[in-house]
Write a protein that binds this ligand. Structure first.
Ligand code: NDP
Length: 333
């Protein structure tokens, strides 16, 4: 794979210029570009510049409102809703998080429901934003069907990611962010693009047989949930929280509504936060650190999030797929 070297500022500018050229206003272009740039900074490459052609496709097809002005509404003393005004998710999330932090610090528990958005990003930005405020964050979202529930050969669930962040004052949080499919569809697409095989058990081809060829899974095949029926149950929970509870589209409904422009389908997101200080007491972090000490004393163990947090420390330029950069440049000419 040929690459070009881009600084983080160049990555941000490339994303912002492309989004602005294709219909985003300044605030929306900034929110999405920051999300894209942070993904590249952390090495979450399937949610960095790789997503720009999809973002642009849905701006061009007018599915997504590039000038969205999300509105915030109080549902109960502990729950708020942000209506994303049919824009991309980052601006709706940025609108809701400060209010979520405020109610969680007051009442101990808070729920933020995000509706009418198009989510095409990783979820760690929202859970880490909560952890930076010394709160526990949980977030999940559903997507168009690409995963077969345990026992089935046809898709019903999205790749349905879930992220959990535990704050560690003075340190980066322990944070996982994972698709409940064996692999995120973006990763399967990157593997197909780069000519890599995927492990057997990742998905089925269109005949319903196991395959290691990512193209066969991405084109007419189906992904499987991680961990068989256990991952399938978690994926079901994500559908119920991010669509049933939030009051937005289940994956199967998102598919019916989507125009298949290659960009993100419409959907909602469930975000919950808890204050360990209000719930466990003021020494919560001293207690939790004892657990982390035990965990990290075991050979071979690292905390989830550590790979990204280590990548984050480098200000060096990132190597980006050359073909992708050329493709993006064609989107604003
Ligand atoms: P991975 O399988 O790469 O990683 C999942 C989690 O496991 C990460 O938090 C990772 O931390 C951690 N991890 C990996 N290896 C280890 C290890 N050896 N020890 C401890 N922890 C480890 O992620 P996925 O491919 O499942 O998902 C990728 C991204 O795709 C996610 O950010 C997800 O939000 C996103 N996604 C978004 C969708 C959407 O609709 N918006 C749909 C589906 C997925 P680390 O990062 O530090 O390696």
């Amino acid at each position: 794979m040929k690459t070009v070297s881009l600084t983080l500022d160049e990555i941000y500018d490339l994303a912002k210029r492309t989004l602005a050229f294709n219909g985003c206003d300044e605030t929306n272009a900034e929110s999405v570009s920051r999300t894209v740039c942070r993904a590249e900074r952390d090495g979450s490459i399937s949610h960095g510049l790789f997503r720009i052609p999809g973002y642009v496709a849905s701006l061009r097809s007018k599915k997504v409102n590039g000038k969205a002005k999300p509105k915030i509404e109080e549902l109960t003393q502990n729950a708020i809703r942000v209506d994303g005004d049919y824009g991309f998710a980052p601006i709706a999330i940025n609108t809701g998080i400060p209010a979520l932090v405020k109610i969680t610090k007051k009442f101990g528990v808070g729920v933020l429901t995000i509706t009418n958005t198009h989510h095409f990003a990783a979820l760690w930005p929202e859970t880490e934003a909560l952890a930076e405020e010394d709160l526990i964050g949980i977030a999940c979202t559903a997507y168009k069907p690409s995963v077969a529930p345990a026992g089935a050969k046809k898709p019903l669930f999205g790749t349905n990611p879930i992220s959990f962040a535990w704050p560690r004052p003075g340190k980066t949080p322990a944070v996982y962010d994972m698709a409940t499919a064996t692999m995120a569809l973006g990763e399967v697409q990157v593997a197909a693009r780069d000519g890599h095989k995927v492990p057997l058990g990742t998905g089925l081809n269109k005949e319903g047989e196991l395959t290691t060829n990512p193209s066969e899974i991405a084109n007419g095949g189906v992904l499987l949930p991680f961990g068989g029926y256990k991952g399938s149950a978690i994926s079901m929970m994500i559908e119920l929280l991010s669509a049933g509870l939030v009051g937005d589209l289940f994956s199967f409904e998102a598919k019916e509504e989507d125009n298949n422009d290659g960009g993100p389908a419409r959907g909602g997101e469930f975000i919950m936060s808890m204050s360990p200080e209000l719930i466990a007491g003021k020494d919560w972090h001293v207690h939790a650190e004892k657990f982390f000490e035990q965990m990290l004393s075991l050979d071979g163990v690292r905390l989830p999030g550590q790979r990204r947090h280590t990548n984050r420390l480098s200000n060096e330029p990132r190597n980006i797929n050359k073909e992708l950069v050329e493709k993006i440049k064609e989107l604003f000419s």
